[in-house]
Design a protein around this ligand. Structure first.
Ligand code: ADP
Length: 456
């Protein structure tokens, strides 16, 4: 403001001087015209200097500011100050980028930045050795051209980056890479690559070991169980005092047999890739079958079983696996609920765009601290109670694995002494609702059946 005032004052003073001189010499108009033309020429000259100065490359070398005074001096000063501030900020940013690049270059894992056109922008040294990337040839190349793997391409474009992707390296005997992608900025991506060959080898050794041991234990346990049964049949020959110990041995051999069977199921789930073809299963029929079977097993507990399911729902998956997962949950509900309890099996579309198959019970419930660990192998809340009821501690681990093979997850809600809800949450598109002709479209239409009136 101050500068503008002084400039206006100077302009008025010079104009007055020009008028005075013009008056003295008798050419007032000419003098004022000469002054105005001079002023315009001066302004153009300053603009020309400014433009010339701005066109110099100021990013690398310091350029000297053109000398000026008044309004033009203030304009030059202002622009110079802005330039200085911007230079400082970009130097600071550059130093941060340099540090980030240096630290990620030192990482053992590969880090790759992908721009919004899915081309490689930047990568660290580890990515070069892991993926054979070459600088600068591969810069701006499409990532799926450089990482040629159909699974990676699907993972990259699906944008479902919650899980990591493990890919065996083609041409290498057993090298396995793990990819993880994060989205940032304007649809840019950060890919992290790790060599997990060693981890993978240990993991397969563990699976093989568990599988082999379980397999090898199968025959001895069957033999022991068979002999114990034979002894029990002729207990009078052996002596009555051996009856209880032999009965206990028989119970334990049955438990061992269940553990071995569950371990074999788990190993198969872990090692076999899910079949490509899926069954299309009528859900109400599947749930009804599970309900009937569990009811028969727990007949003496007189539970009330309720089934709520739209009879027109069809789920895609492996029938035997889904049967096993849901029946594990229903059996648990019946096991951990006192006599005369209520067990509800409900299938429904949820508000979160998923589909859930829920098993509700009003049994003993679970303390919150146990819930996150329930799907770990052999984790049991109350070891003695679980062993008494023939539990192996492997049931929920099996459920979790089966659900993962169906892109589903297990959710557990429970309150001690009130009951529990175990929900298998599937992606919405795993389930279709096929309305019978004449039916009104209603995906959550429910048909309730109780123990007495089963769906046939
Ligand atoms: P188990 O064979 O011992 O039942 P699971 O893996 O099926 O093993 O379950 C792990 C533990 O979770 C069980 O030991 C039990 O303590 C608890 N649990 C599972 N389902 C229920 C339920 N419906 N109500 C209460 N506790 C449960």
């Amino acid at each position: 403001m101050q500068t503008w005032q002084s400039e206006l004052k100077r302009f008025a003073l010079l104009l007055a001087l020009a008028l005075l001189v013009g008056r003295i010499v008798g050419y007032t108009l000419l003098a004022s015209m000469v002054f105005l033309v001079g002023y315009v020429i001066h302004s153009f000259y300053q603009l020309w200097r400014l433009q010339k100065w701005l066109s110099l490359d100021t990013s690398h070398s310091q350029t000297t500011l053109p000398e000026s005074y008044g309004l033009w001096g203030a304009v030059f000063d202002g622009i110079y100050r802005l330039q200085k501030r911007e230079r400082k900020a970009s130097a600071y940013l550059e130093s941060i980028i340099d540090k980030a690049q240096e630290s990620s270059a030192a990482l053992e894992m590969g880090v790759i930045m992908i721009n919004k056109y899915n081309n490689l922008d930047w990568w660290n040294r580890a990515s070069e050795s892991l993926l054979g990337l070459k600088y600068p040839q591969d810069r701006n190349q499409s990532v799926t051209n450089l990482i040629r793997n159909p699974e990676f391409t699907e993972y990259f474009y699906n944008e479902n980056y919650g899980e990591t992707l493990k890919v065996p390296v083609s041409g290498s005997s057993d090298q396995v890479l793990e990819f993880q992608i994060a989205l940032f900025g304007e649809h840019e991506r950060l890919i992290i690559v790790r060599d997990i060959t060693q981890l993978h080898r240990l993991e397969s050794m563990r699976k093989d070991f568990v599988g082999n041991v379980s397999h090898e234990l199968g025959t001895p346990i069957t033999v022991i169980k068979g002999y114990l049964e034979a002894i029990l049949d002729h207990i009078d020959d052996v002596g009555k005092k051996w009856r209880d110990p032999i009965l206990q041995m028989q119970q334990q051999s049955i438990r061992m047999e269940s553990i071995v069977r569950d371990l074999l199921v788990l190993t198969a789930l872990e090692t076999k890739t899910p079949p490509r073809t899926q069954d299309r299963i009528n859900l109400a029929e599947l749930l009804s079958e599970i309900q009937c079977d569990s009811e028969q097993v727990f007949n003496e507990k007189h539970h009330k079983f309720i089934l709520e399911c739209n009879p027109n729902l069809y789920i895609e998956g492996q029938r035997n696996e889904l049967y096993s997962a849901i029946s594990n949950l229903v059996v648990n509900a019946a096991k951990y609920t006192a006599e005369g309890g209520e067990i509800l099996l409900r299938a429904r579309f949820t508000e979160e765009s998923t589909f859930s198959i829920e098993v509700h019970d009003n049994g003993i419930g679970i303390e919150p601290r146990h819930i996150p660990r329930l799907t770990e192998r052999f984790y049991r809340v109350d070891v003695s109670r679980s062993s008494e009821s023939g539990g192996t501690g492997l049931g929920l681990a099996i459920v979790k694995h089966i659900l993962a093979r169906h892109q589903a997850i297990l959710q557990i809600e429970s309150e001690l002494n009130k009951g529990s809800v175990f929900s298998c949450v599937f992606p919405r598109d795993s389930v279709t609702c096929v309305e019978e002709p004449g039916d009104l479209p209603n995906i959550n239409k429910v048909v309730t059946t109780r123990s007495e009136d089963q769906i046939s």
